[in-house]
Design a protein around this ligand. Structure first.
Ligand code: NI
Length: 198
């Protein structure tokens, strides 16, 4: 059978589509801070950090309860306060079931977010919030485990902000990844999802 060039056109188009799709997929992965939400087995892990009262806290302290973990920094002008507010609103909607969940904020800016800075910040979002900081090495380790992207972004005048990914991770009572949300999901949707799991 001899194929004329016209007969090959559908095949050429198909190959072009496949290659185009691969290139698109690759560029998407390379452009975003964190676009991968699957691979649940490898999100999270052990940590040793310091809370807003200066006490050493490890992941094991929270076994038996669910953890809602968010990474950010207190100087964040927008996404961090919105995300923490959403977490607080979500827990308020859950009522008594919220006792099974520990809301946790881990700073990606340990140089500025010391325990005395974290203490009033956490209190603004709810009395049960745990704020965690640590040495740069400890923060590097926990952000790697949770696949959190962050980068210092210098501002004119010597100040800086932190670019960072903004997932809210739900970890189950055994410390295993269960789900992730963002502040865009809103308290109604997240509370409904949590209520099904608890
Ligand atoms: Ni932020």
């Amino acid at each position: 059978m001899i194929r004329t060039p016209e007969a090959l056109i559908p095949y050429i188009l198909m190959i072009a589509l496949v290659l185009g799709g691969m290139a698109w997929n690759l560029s998407d992965r390379m452009s975003g801070p964190l676009t991968v939400t699957t691979g649940e087995a490898s999100i999270g892990g052990p940590f040793t950090l310091t809370d807003q009262n200066g006490a050493v806290r490890t992941d094991k302290d929270f076994r038996g309860r669910w953890m809602l973990v968010y990474f950010g920094y207190t100087h964040c002008p927008d996404v961090c306060p919105l995300s923490l507010e959403m977490m607080g609103d979500t827990l308020a909607k859950l009522g008594p079931k919220a006792k099974k969940i520990v809301p946790i904020f881990v700073t990606v800016d340990p140089a500025r977010d010391t325990p005395p800075v974290l203490k009033p910040y956490m209190a603004a979002f709810g009395k049960n919030f745990v704020g965690l900081t640590g040495t740069p090495e400890e923060i590097d380790a926990v952000t790697k485990e949770y696949r959190v992207y962050f980068r210092k972004h210098p501002l004119p005048g010597g100040d800086y902000s932190m670019d960072h990914s903004s997932q809210i991770y739900l970890m189950d009572p055994n410390g295993k990844f269960a789900m992730d949300y963002t502040e865009v999901d809103g308290p109604d949707k997240v509370a409904a999802d949590l209520a099904k799991r608890l």
